[in-house]
Design a protein around this ligand. Sequence first.
Ligand SMILES: [Zn+2]
Length: 81
Amino acid sequence: MRDKCKKCLDGEMVLKIEDEEFQYRGKPLVVPIPYHECNSCGFDIVSYELSVQCDAIVKEAKEQIKSSAELKKMYTDDQQR
Ligand SMILES: [Zn+2]
């Protein structure tokens, strides 16, 4: 079940993933950052839960453990559970 928007109380919060570019050790590092956006008014939030998950993913990206595509898959897999 999706969360209702806290702002317009009408729309639903939809998970979006956007590539953010960071500079890490002098190199650009692209990390997919998840957030929720209202499908009605466009209000967006990053929940605490997502920001924690995001920190873990930034760490993995820095250590080059997973590619951007694999990181994105982590989010989508999580949604299906
Ligand atoms: Zn809204």
